[in-house]
Design a protein around this ligand. Structure first.
Ligand SMILES: Cc1cc2nc3c(=O)[nH]c(=O)nc-3n(C[C@H](O)[C@H](O)[C@H](O)COP(=O)(O)O)c2cc1C
Length: 135
């Protein structure tokens, strides 16, 4: 199974990056920043995709990345986010991807920006659980 973890993380704390790496650890792949990749190039069975809100909106780079995903390459997307309170990034990403005809799981992973350390094991287990569903 082709599994990929992609994230957009902008603050020095790297909250979303840390959660992405925990998920990647759970599913046995590496987490790649979308800031280091123009577009997703390879066929992907499950794409874990995450970001955070800044002044209520996701980073424009993440929006663009999601808009540019080739729907014929990706079978399924699992979303994750970190924030102070908002789950908005999840809903906004889901809308973009669904409009492209990409299947997005209803279940997503959320970690509050001040609870990242405490959520790492849970994020890892979440990744494993979402993959087990596929096997
Ligand atoms: C400039 C700025 C604006 C933010 N705006 C929001 C916001 O509107 N809603 C929210 O819930 N969190 C907000 N946050 C909190 C971030 O979403 C949170 O710190 C997130 O974990 C950052 O992820 P990152 O470290 O991966 O960049 C903001 C943080 C910053 C630095």
């Amino acid at each position: 199974m082709d599994i990929k973890v992609r994230y957009c993380s902008k603050t020095k704390a790297g909250n979303t990056k840390r959660i992405a790496e925990a998920i990647a650890n759970g599913v046995g792949c590496s987490a790649v920043s979308i800031l280091d990749e123009d577009t997703l190039q390879e066929k992907t069975d499950v794409l874990f995709l995450g970001g955070a809100p800044y002044a209520n909106i996701m980073a424009p780079e993440l929006r663009e990345y999601a808009q540019n995903i080739d729907p014929t390459l990706v079978s399924k997307v699992v979303l994750f986010t970190t924030s102070n309170w908002s789950r908005r990034t999840i809903y906004a990403l889901k809308k973009i991807l669904k409009e492209k005809g990409i299947f997005v799981c209803d279940e997503f992973f959320y970690a509050h920006m001040l609870s990242i350390e405490a959520k790492l094991e849970e994020a890892k287990a979440f990744g494993q659980k979402m993959i087990e569903k596929e096997q």
